[in-house]
Structure formats: structure tokens, C-alpha cells
Design a protein around this ligand. Sequence first.
Ligand code: LLP
Length: 390
Amino acid sequence: MNNQDISVIRELVAGGTPTPFYYYNMELLRKTLQEIQQQALKYGFEVHYALKANSNDRILQKILPYLSGADCVSGNEIKKAIENGFKAEKIAFAGVGKSDREIDIAIDEDIFCFNCESIQELEVINERAFLKQKIVRIALRMNPGINANTHHYITTGLEENKFGINRWELDKVMLTLQKLPNLKLTGIHFHIGSQITDLMPFRSLCLKVNEIQEWFDNQHINLEHINVGGGLGVNYEQPDVENIPDFAAYFKLFHDFIYLKPNQKLHFELGRSVVAQCGSLISKVLYVKEGIKTNFVILDAGMTELIRPALYQSYHKIENLSVPPDENGFAYDVVGPICESSDCFGKAVSLPLTKRGDIIAIRSTGAYGEVMASQYNLRDLAPSFFSDDL
Ligand code: LLP
């Protein structure tokens, strides 16, 4: 973490701000957004921000001038995006289980597109649109059958997943669509998983997209847009070395490998890569408990504030902001206060000699941190602080 952030956080805590809290480096977020905008603009690509990664109002307001599109997965996310200035005509609505109420919200707002995942869903959206005498734009979420080599909880492109329509179901889907006059097919949608750091699965996705496009071509069906979802990963191990993901290489790969027709637009839905690195969960050490083999650092933050390590065994860099780093540090298991053994942020974490009251930062928590918080054990939700206010 940079020195400026460290001193701001130390001052906050010294001034009596209770921990835990989320801290966002808004300058890093701005630079990340600028880079995405620049690289995507080169090829005329459109990026929708995936609200599920972080839907804090302040974060959304920062994102809006750079990425005007949004990717929402619930009626409330659609409302939240619109409240924060995102235009309905740039909102994609995804999700394998859209409720009637959510479908109605999206129809009333006249959003850009529904990303649809099953025949039954198409029929229901058509029915709701008919009741409102509207024609709605839909894209078919195709399951490309690609292994993204990421955590099995966050891979989505394989055939046995609950997501998407399989290639072999396409004939049936198209026959059904012919009988659904309130739907207009405008695109196809894909998403192969999240936290993908090796670009090869994205290359496979491009080839798959071309293959599926050819099928539509042969049927003389013109698609206005192709949406390749999100999934670009971030460097959790070294957040300061690579604080902005390599968007140049990412977008170039799609430019090089996807065959787009004239007037066809390529859309993306990026979440993690936009916001992960700008956020840190800040906590204080409540106790240091010495065991026989293991010493525990017990924090006042737990899986209620950040569930990723407990849920996916995911790695987040942990730093002691109260004392300078020490190469000959000590190995601690860093745990939270919740009565669950999975409430552990890291095992054998190397930290300098750590004591009660030290400030601890859990890094790269801007994505899927705050949004996945719970009030288990009747704990309060952690507040957020933004560098541009401090
Ligand atoms: N589009 C669709 C259809 C998605 O399902 C997702 C994420 C995204 C876009 C955004 O993907 P991203 O660019 O953020 O990888 N809670 C998990 C991550 C779940 C991701 C779900 N889908 C975690 O903490 O790692």
C-alpha cells in the first residue's frame, strides 16, 4: 500500500474512527477507469460495469463518466444503476433466475437488453412484455463449454453449469423464438468465469464466438451485438506491482481473434478488474494468541466483512500498517472473531512482530468485498471511506 494511503488510514484510526472499515483509493480507481476507457475506445468496444462487484454509490458515481454501461443481475441493481445516472438504454440484465417482478422493472425501464438463459425464461419475458404491449430486446446467453481454469465456484462456461444455453439447444430455442413476437433477438452473450489471469481461455472464447456467429449467418440472422461478459482477473499476490490489470492485452486479444461484422458491436461486462485493487479492508488487531505451533492474530474484521477467503479459500495480501515490513517477520494465522473455523483470512502469513491495536489492511478487496458482507452474529455493516474525502 502506498505511503499516502497508509498515513491517511493511520490518521483516521488515530482520530477515533472505529474499525473495521473499507477504504478506497479513488485516484487508483480513476486511473484504472481511464485505462479501460482508452484501451476499449481504440476498437470501439463498449464496457458495461458489472454492479455485482461493488455497488457503492460513490464508486458508481466515479465509474459513470468512464463506463456509461451497466451489467445488472437483479431488479434492485437496475434501480441502483439508474439512480446513479446510468442510462437504461445501456443496461444489460443477466441472471439465471429473473423473477417476474424484476422482469417487469426492466421492461418498464426499457433497458438495452435481457441476457436470457433458458427457453422458459424467454417465454416468461415474452408473456410479461405482451401484457405491457412492448417489444423487448434479448440476447441469448450461450454456454461456450470452455474451462476457464479458475476456482470451481466461479467457472461458468462449462456444459454442466446452470448457466446459459448449450449449442445443441440452439435449433429448439430459435424455433421457440419465432413464436414469441414480443421479443427481438439482438445479440448473443457469453461469460466463462471470473478471476481469469491467463488470456488463453479468452482466446478460446473468441474462436467459439466465431463458430456460433457462423451458425447464425447460415440462418441469415443478423446480430447487432456480441457480449463476451467479464472475468479478467487481478493480481492478488502483488497488488502494488500490478495495480491496474493489463487491459491493453485483454482488449487487443478480442480485437485480434473475434470476427465482427460491419455495424456489429462488441460488449464487455467487467467487474473485478475495475474495482478490486482500489479497495482495502482495514481492521485492528484485537488479540495475539500464542499457540503451541501457531500464533493467531485475531482481528476485529471477519468473514462478515469479507467472505471470499472463507468461501473460496481465496488469497488476499495482508499488511500491518502500524509497523514497517520486516523480512525476518513471524508467521501468523490471521483470523476473524466469528465462531466458525472458516473465519480465517490467511494461514502462516508473514508479518512483522504484531501486537494488540495494530492496524491491518486486507488488500484487493474492492470487488466482491463490501457487496458480499453480512450481519451474521448481528454485527454492524462496515462503513466505507474514500481517499478523495480525506
Ligand atoms: N457477467 C456475468 C454474466 C457474470 O456472471 C459476472 C460475474 C460478470 C459479468 C463480472 O465478472 P468479473 O469481471 O467481476 O469477473 N463472488 C465471486 C465472483 C463471482 C462472479 C460472478 N459473475 C468472487 O468473490 O470471486
